[in-house]
Structures are given as structure tokens and as C-alpha cells.
Design a protein around this ligand. Structure first.
Ligand code: C2E
Ligand code: CA
Ligand code: CA
Length: 617
């Protein structure tokens, strides 16, 4: 019994110990678990706090921040970025950040993004312009870096953006102040010198001319003394505005101080155009100025130097413009002078001629002379070319080359050409009515007529006025005229062809128009330039060229006309080579209307007899 009791006690003891050990272990485990739970709780809290802190910093920093996918789509954006660009956060999430950047900065942005991806740079920082939601462009400073995953693959860009518009505007104001005259807002001496350096370099590179105009207001001091300096300042501002309005925005007007102004005129091709600007300035300055109820008149003197003729360096050009200005003052002020005296008189003469030309139409000073063309095979007069003449009491007889040049420059070419077309067609109608019903009239055309857009309408109008058929009109156009604006000119030529008007290529051989174009356009006639014809009997090369031209033109089914034919030998050569028609002094010089009528009434085959007619130019 005792041993059983002992065993029981022992068992109870073992059980108790085991239970105690289990209890202890479970207690420990429980403690560990709650410790772990406690730790986990701590970590979560800390994470939460950190996240809150991050969110607070992310959204409250002054800097706009965004996370982008490598393609630029916004994954996250903070409030500052939204405010800066005028978007909500949700708006931003649907957007591509790159599209916000100004097109001018796109190229460099993309190149640098690629450099970040290629790990050539770690950070890209740049000033650029970007667009706000309302379309305004603002200046921003952008910093972009790229974060990679554990396998070094690019995951996201971190973009930081600061608005630097105010800073940029302040810089711009400072720069403006450094380069502009505070009274008039015009460029100052610094800016002028800077621009002159650029323009001299560019003019050398592109072989372009430019002009420097020195202006000095005449007797500004008197005005200051009589009406006061405030009024004098106002006057300078008005003059500055007038000068600015006289030139193109690409030219420059500067004030060097006091009453001294300088104009820099770019891309000068002709001195007359500079003379024209100078004259416009004189006229504009002279307009009445009303200050404090007083009417004031002021004049200016202008000295002009032209690159490269009057100097190759800024110093030389400035010095020479100043000398020219001195001469303008000596000439009694209110005038302009070029550095060289010859240039002044040439430019002024041309300007005078242009002004007189402007009156010529109204004063009925234009006339037409007519020169016939003869078909070699039949010795028949097929057509008559109208050639412009201008007779003026001061300038005498002026030939068309000069008229056309002047008229092209002033835009007068349009009304003058319209007059030629109308007069020639009405004259042709008279000849038709006199029985010369197969005659055609050839009209020379200039490039401006094709640009203007109403040429076809003008032809339609004259056709309906006169009742002549469209095939009685020939349009003569040179290769170089076509080449000035091929697309537009060819379009108009097609329209003319559709109307039934005939097309002749004038001065053929002197330009570079392609032969395939001749075929495409189905040109009716080709006039071989007179420089080749003059040489045919003297020079074997010219003879070979003309021979080849005639053969080619005939082969294309186009009529070949030799112009400038003067001698029997030339005529024989051309007849031998199968040329279709001739024109030139061999038949007659261009004649006035009545003499042309007499010419038409004569039997034609005796060309030599005809050529001895009285000649009127
Ligand atoms: P063009 O169309 O080549 O006209 C032929 C020119 O050569 C005319 O000069 C004519 O007088 C001259 N000529 C004719 N036969 C001979 C000859 O046998 N020998 C020599 N040496 N010359 C001859 P013109 O009248 O002085 O006209 C010159 C150019 O002016 C014309 O060359 C034409 O391009 C242009 N032109 C004339 N009238 C007008 C017009 O009304 N409008 C336009 N846009 N241009 C015109
Ligand atoms: Ca012609
Ligand atoms: Ca010609």
C-alpha cells in the first residue's frame, strides 16, 4: 500500500512538475507573443507616423514634386505641383508630365531623360518653360532623378519643380534696363553695339548688305528752351514711336542719347530702298506734333553708311555714317546723305524716277510698240509682240527693262501690266476688224502678276470686253520668272492653258527650267534668246547650240521662234535648220501703232525692204 501510495505521490509530483514546466513554457510563449505583438504594434505605429510625416512633407513643401513612370505618366503629384500648374491631383494623375513642357525645351528634356536612363547623368536640372492649365507659360526650375529596382531597372522618375517666373521676370527687367533707353524704350548704345557685332558677322557669312542711319533732330535745343524739358522728353518719345513705326520689326532703332538716334536696316539689297526709308523718316518726323496745346514741327538730318561699300568694320561704318550726317546738316538739314556723294545722287534720282512713274498711268505717258513675228515657211506675219514704252518730259524715253524694274519694286507693275494687256488686246481687235484676222498678240509677263492672283480674271475680262478669242492671246514668260515661284506660276499657266491662251517661253536658253516641264505644261512656243541668234553666223558653238535647240523644240511638237534676227545670213541659217518663226530687226524694229498698221498692209515676203521702214522706238 505504501509503495502504491509512494508511486501515486511520485506520479502526482511528476505531473505537477510537467504541468508546471508546460505552464511556464506557455507563459513564456504568451509573453513572447505579446512582446512580438507589442513590437509589431510599435513598428506599425512608427510606419504610420513616418507615412503621415512623409505625406505632410510631400504635400506641404513649397516645391512641386511628382513621381513619373519612365514614359512620363504621373503616378503621384503633390499639392504644390497641382497649385503651381493649376491642376487638381486627380487631373495630374491622368497626365503625361512631358507634354506640359514648352516645345522649345522638349528636345533637351528628352535627351536628358535618355541620359538619365543610360546612367550618363545622375541628376538633370534645367530652367524651362511649361504651360499651366489656363494656357499661361511659366518659367520653372526642374530637377529630375531616376530610381531603380534591385535589378537596376529604372522604375520611376522623381521630379521636383520650382516656379521661377518672378525671378526670370526680374532678370529680364534688369537685362532690359541694361540694353534700353529709359525715356523712349528704344535700344541703347550697348544693345546697338551688340547687334552690330552680330549683324557684321552674319552679313559676312551670308554676303548680305545692311545700312546704318545716323539721325540728329534739328534744333531740339530750341524746343527744350522754349517749351521746357518735360515737353522735350515727350517730343522725343513721340519721335521714337514714329521711327519704330517706319521700319520693320527685324530692323533696330536705337537712341544714343540727347537727340541722336541710329537705325540699323537689315538685308539691304538696293540703296534705293534705303533712300526710300530715309525719305519716309524725313516725312514722318516732319508731321505736326501737338504738346501742351502747341503745334510743333521738327526736322531731322540723316547720314547713311552701307555695308560693305562704306566700310567693313563697325568703327568704319559708324564713322562714315557720322560724316554723311555732317554733310546732311551742311546741306541745310531735313535731308539724307549717303556716305558717298555718287550713291546719294543715284539713289535720289531713282527715287525721283519712281515717283514720276507713279504718275505715268494717270498722265497717259505709256505707249506700246509692236514687233511682228513671221512664219518662215509661208512668209506670213503670224503675231505681234506688245512692248512697253514710257515717254516723260523730264526723263525722255524710258525702255521697258528699266520701267519693269522700277514698277516691280513699287508694286506699280500690277496696274501697268493690266494697262498693257488691255491696250494690246483692244489694238488687236482693231487689226482683226481691218482684216488681219489671223493675228495674235503676245504679252510679256512679270513674276508679280502671277503672285497677285487676279491675272486669269483680268484676261477673262479683256476677252469679254473685246470679243477676241482666247487663242489670239499669247503669254510670254521667261524661265527665270517661272523659277521665282514655280509652283504658283505653273498653276496659273495651267489655268491659262485651260482657257485656250497660248504660252510661249521667252529668252529660252538663259534660264534653268527643266525640259520635262516644257512637255508637262504643253508649251505652245519657245523663243530662242537673241544672244544665241546674234552669234549663229559668227561662232560655231552658238550655231551648234541653236541647231540643237531648234531640233529639240521641233521634236517636242513646239513652235520654235528665233528672236533678235538682224541679218540675211542669220535668217538663212535659221530657215535651213527648220526654225518655225523669226522676229527681229531683219523684219523691223518695234513700231508704233500706225506704222505697224502700214507694215501689215505691205506684202511681207520682201523682208529686207520692210526692214528699211522708218523706225520708231
Ligand atoms: P523681250 O521680251 O525679250 O523683248 C525683245 C526685246 O528685244 C525688245 O526690247 C526688242 O526691242 C528687242 N529686239 C527686238 N528685235 C531685236 C533685234 O533684232 N536686235 C536686238 N538687239 N534687239 C531686238 P525692249 O522693247 O527694250 O524690251 C526689253 C524687255 O522688256 C523685253 O524683252 C521684255 O522682257 C520686257 N518687256 C517689254 N514690254 C513689257 C511689258 O509690257 N511687260 C513686261 N512684264 N515686260 C516687258
Ligand atoms: Ca518677249
Ligand atoms: Ca526675249
Amino acid at each position: 500500500m505504501t509503495w502504491i501510495f509512494s508511486i501515486l505521490i511520485f506520479a502526482a509530483l511528476v505531473f505537477s512538475v510537467t504541468a508546471f514546466i508546460f505552464w511556464r513554457q506557455s507563459k513564456k510563449k504568451q509573453k513572447r507573443i505579446s512582446n512580438l505583438e507589442l513590437q509589431h504594434f510599435d513598428v506599425t505605429t512608427e510606419l504610420h507616423e513616418q507615412r503621415t510625416l512623409f505625406e505632410t512633407i510631400f504635400h506641404h513643401t513649397n516645391i512641386g514634386i511628382a513621381l513619373l513612370e519612365p514614359g512620363g505618366r504621373v503616378i503621384r503629384a503633390n499639392n504644390s505641383l497641382g497649385e503651381l500648374l493649376g491642376y487638381t491631383e486627380t487631373d495630374m494623375l491622368a497626365m503625361n508630365f512631358y507634354y506640359l513642357i514648352h516645345p522649345n525645351d522638349q528636345n533637351s528634356l528628352q535627351l536628358n531623360i535618355q541620359d538619365l536612363i543610360d546612367k550618363k547623368i545622375k541628376l538633370y536640372q534645367s530652367e524651362q518653360q511649361c504651360f499651366r492649365k489656363n494656357g499661361d507659360a511659366i518659367w520653372i526650375m526642374t530637377s529630375i532623378c531616376l530610381i531603380h529596382d534591385s535589378e537596376e531597372l529604372p522604375i520611376q522618375f522623381i521630379v521636383q519643380v520650382q516656379n521661377i517666373t518672378a525671378q526670370k521676370q526680374a532678370e529680364e527687367r534688369l537685362r532690359h534696363m541694361a540694353y534700353h533707353d529709359p525715356l523712349t524704350g528704344l535700344a541703347n548704345r550697348n544693345k546697338l553695339e551688340q547687334s552690330l557685332n552680330h549683324i557684321v558677322a552674319a552679313a559676312r557669312r551670308h554676303q548680305q548688305g545692311f545700312a546704318l542711319l545716323f539721325l540728329d533732330l534739328d534744333r531740339l535745343k530750341n524746343i527744350n528752351d522754349t517749351i521746357g524739358h518735360d515737353a522735350g522728353d515727350l517730343l522725343l518719345q513721340i519721335i521714337a514711336e514714329r521711327l519704330r513705326n517706319t521700319v520693320r520689326t527685324t530692323d533696330m532703332v536705337a537712341r544714343l542719347g540727347g537727340d541722336e538716334f541710329v537705325l540699323l536696316i537689315n538685308d539691304v539689297k538696293k540703296t534705293e530702298s534705303v533712300a526710300q526709308i530715309a525719305q519716309k523718316i524725313l516725312d514722318n518726323v516732319l508731321q505736326v506734333i501737338t504738346i501742351k496745346g502747341k503745334e510743333l514741327y521738327i526736322t531731322t538730318s540723316i547720314g547713311i553708311s552701307i555695308y560693305p561699300y562704306d566700310g567693313q568694320t563697325i568703327q568704319a561704318l559708324m564713322k562714315n555714317a557720322d560724316l554723311a550726317l555732317y554733310r546732311a546738316k551742311e546741306h541745310g538739314r531735313n535731308n539724307y546723305q549717303f556716305y558717298t556723294v555718287e550713291m546719294t545722287s543715284k539713289a535720289q534720282e531713282k527715287l525721283g524716277l519712281q515717283n514720276t512713274l507713279a504718275q505715268a498711268l494717270v498722265k497717259n505717258e505709256f505707249t506700246l510698240n509692236y514687233q511682228p513675228k513671221m512664219e518662215i515657211a509661208t512668209r506670213r506675219i503670224t503675231g505681234i509682240e506688245a512692248l512697253l514704252r514710257w515717254k516723260n518730259k523730264d526723263y525722255g524715253l524710258i525702255m521697258p527693262d528699266e520701267i519693269i524694274n522700277l514698277a516691280e519694286e513699287t508694286g506699280l507693275i500690277i496696274p501697268v501690266s493690266k494697262w498693257v494687256l488691255k491696250t494690246a488686246c483692244h489694238q488687236l481687235k482693231k487689226w482683226h476688224e481691218m482684216g488681219f484676222s489671223a493675228l495674235t498678240v503676245a504679252i510679256n509677263c512679270s513674276a508679280r502678276q502671277f503672285k497677285q492672283g487676279s491675272f486669269v480674271d483680268e484676261i477673262l475680262q479683256v476677252l469679254s470686253e473685246t470679243g477676241i478669242s482666247s487663242s489670239s492671246i499669247e503669254i510670254e514668260i521667261t524661265e527665270s520668272t517661272i523659277m521665282q515661284d514655280p509652283e504658283n506660276t505653273i498653276r496659273v499657266l495651267y489655268e491659262l492653258k485651260d482657257l485656250g491662251v497660248q504660252i510661249a517661253i521667252d529668252d529660252f536658253g538663259t534660264g534653268y527650267w527643266s525640259l520635262s516641264n516644257l512637255r508637262r505644261l504643253s508649251v505652245d512656243k519657245i523663243k530662242i534668246d537673241k544672244t544665241f541668234i546674234h552669234q549663229v553666223t559668227a561662232d560655231e558653238t552658238s550655231a551648234a547650240i541653236v541647231r540643237a535647240m531648234i531640233a529639240m523644240v521641233n521634236k517636242l511638237g513646239i513652235r520654235s521662234i528665233a528672236e533678235g534676227v538682224e541679218t540675211q545670213e542669220q535668217f538663212n541659217f535659221l530657215a535651213n535648220e527648220g526654225c518655225t518663226e523669226i522676229q527681229g530687226y531683219y523684219l523691223t524694229q518695234p513700231l508704233a501703232e500706225e506704222l505697224m498698221t502700214t507694215f501689215l498692209q505691205h506684202p511681207v515676203p520682201d523682208a529686207e525692204a520692210i526692214s528699211k521702214n522708218e523706225i520708231v522706238s
